[in-house]
Design a protein around this ligand. Sequence first.
Ligand SMILES: Nc1nc2c(c(=O)[nH]1)N[C@H]1C(S)=C(S)[C@@H](COP(=O)(O)OP(=O)(O)OC[C@H]3O[C@@H](n4cnc5c(=O)[nH]c(N)nc54)[C@H](O)[C@@H]3O)O[C@H]1N2
Ligand SMILES: Nc1nc2c(c(=O)[nH]1)N[C@H]1C(S)=C(S)[C@@H](COP(=O)(O)OP(=O)(O)OC[C@H]3O[C@@H](n4cnc5c(=O)[nH]c(N)nc54)[C@H](O)[C@@H]3O)O[C@H]1N2
Ligand SMILES: [Mo]
Length: 657
Amino acid sequence: MKRIKVTCPLDCFDTCGLIATVENGCVIRVEGDKEHPLTQGYICRKGRDLVTRHNHSNRLKHALLKTPSGRKKISIDQAIALLADKLTDAKETFGSLSVLNYPGGGYGGISKTSDETFFNCFGGVTVPRGSLCWAAGIMASKLDFGEPRGHHPADILNSQVIILWGRNPHATNIHLSGYLKKTSDKGARIILIDPLVSETASSAHIHLAVNPSTDGLLAMSMANHIMANGLHDASYIRKHVMGYGRYRAAIKPYTPEFAAGITGITADTIRALAEIYASGNPSSIVIGYGMQRYRNGGNNVRAINALGAITGNIGKNGGGVTYATRNIKNYIRPHAETSLLDVKHHRSFSVTQFGRFLEEADNPPVKVAIVSKANPLVQSPDVSLTRKAFRGIDFTVVMDHFMTDTAACADLVIPVTTVFEEHDLFFNSMYSPYLSYSEKAVEPPEGVIGEFDLYNRLAKTMGVACYPQLDRNTFFSKALSLLTERYGVTLETLKKGYFSIPGSEVPWKDEHFLTPSGKYELWSETAKNLGLSPLPEYLPPLKHPKGFPLRLITPHKKNSLHSQHFAFREDLPQAGLNPQTLKQYGIENNAEVYLESPLGRIRVLVTEQKGVPEGIVKLFEGWWHKSGAVNLLIPDHESDMGEQAALYDSFCRIVVV
Ligand SMILES: Nc1nc2c(c(=O)[nH]1)N[C@H]1C(S)=C(S)[C@@H](COP(=O)(O)OP(=O)(O)OC[C@H]3O[C@@H](n4cnc5c(=O)[nH]c(N)nc54)[C@H](O)[C@@H]3O)O[C@H]1N2
Ligand SMILES: Nc1nc2c(c(=O)[nH]1)N[C@H]1C(S)=C(S)[C@@H](COP(=O)(O)OP(=O)(O)OC[C@H]3O[C@@H](n4cnc5c(=O)[nH]c(N)nc54)[C@H](O)[C@@H]3O)O[C@H]1N2
Ligand SMILES: [Mo]
């Protein structure tokens, strides 16, 4: 029996430290590593399920090629030779841009990012831009601060007031939940702003059910009250904030009274909220990603960030506005020599509009597509168009552990290693500040390959000259080189413990922002040059299209990471509706109905939920097509900035079966 230190590879805020138990060459159990400074031995169900998935009988163990008579098992050698031929043909006939590489975030280790280097060396290919996940808020934070930086998780213990703004840590970020409990026990006040009564609501002292897509206006009306009543921090603003006067003038119309009707929060409550926030010493805001999945998502995040700046809560212990944590990323450079930035020749498409791009691309058309670490035929907007367009590509390859809906459409499926079968390095840009080493626990089955080895072999087969044929340790050492220089971090030190950047616990404490002016920018020339409003602006929420009176919100599920844990379910998706909405449609709890949007319909099971406001349908994302893929209903709108998928700007109606 061996106990091996690994890292949870899931695309999540926490990136937990794990200990795998190996018996007779099999991983039999995984538990939390008590030594991990953030996750401290406590892990979630999805983390424990890594073992179930790893050992599952449905796991892919052979490369599979689609033939006219069905899928045929082929060896990894044959798969590599075939892929090499297809890539060479496409490049010779249509140019390298006829190849599309779609890497997702389904695994967080750096060893599985060598596809980027490979395709750069291959000549530059077509790649996604923007995000299905967090890009509006990232762009907003870049404009305001110069870079998205988060407070160290433990720093929240110094806060007196915490606003969780559209974040659901009880489901998506359990170690933030742990800190919230501790800080609440110490007397901090927790306010949750979320249209739905989420799993987190019971731990908040105040829950405000804001109307969807109106958070920017709520934040502006709070700022309006703060400024009008002298609750702002004039000295901080004078020294560190750009554009205060102009912002103050711009938001004059957005009084609590004006905002009340639109946000659904009364003017008195808005005033009270503004006063609680401004009087906290300090107050912190933690923003989630749900609230920026709207056409106005970026401006909404900018308006929330502004609250931190005008009250002087930035750069203080226990203060700040935390959205993401970009610190380790800046130091890791596995692809320094061959990064995308150095490639002159590449084409990109908005990931939100994958299907649309495939339909329209003709110069050159996409001839070969490779998808890894993603399940876009479930998770992309307008999945019906995406699926049709994906099927229309001459040759498609999917690398995964299971026959997902995306893999099922592919010509070639390549089974890849799990986290237990790789040595790897992990860091997180969402919340956890820790870098970790994950040790290989077991050998992969014979027909399975890891992406790192696959691209080394593919490059060799194809004679891609500039591809750096590194062994894994050299690759890791190169990736760590900056951290080694500055902090003495090496593979050996990481094998013993976890690392975070010293002195990065409280961002902007040095009062030097990474914006062009060096200040916090309420007024951003960068935004202006991009054709955006230089100040955060109020963009009203979308109107319902005629005939589709219900808003469809599709948040993340506690016991699944996106589509991954729906793999073994075949039941209907459950749609949460308010009792009043049920009454209005004359439907019973547990009835089967169709949900229909302008794009399509799926069959769902209705569940009565008081915590879902009237006029909203709550349906978790991630259900596979065999149950009913919710993204069949979701249009491919983009946010105001960052090319973020405006996934929750979706509307539907109920059609009784
Ligand atoms: N268990 C689990 N954990 C996960 C994931 C998962 O799938 N499952 N996914 C990971 C990933 S990739 C991500 S991006 C994160 C997401 O993490 P979170 O941002 O915490 O989760 P979401 O479900 O995307 O949205 C959070 C909340 O935003 C609310 N919301 C929706 N619209 C609005 C609005 O207009 N205003 C406000 N104020 N709130 C709104 C939703 O009701 C929801 O409760 O979680 C990560 N962690
Ligand atoms: N309606 C709606 N849609 C959404 C969202 C929403 O809130 N609502 N959220 C969006 C968000 S925030 C995100 S981040 C995206 C997520 O979208 P995806 O990342 O596409 O979602 P997953 O279902 O996690 O798919 C990841 C796939 O990677 C595979 N995988 C795991 N490990 C490995 C590996 O080591 N190698 C390879 N090659 N594959 C591996 C998994 O088996 C899984 O099939 O979805 C977006 N879509
Ligand atoms: Mo995400």
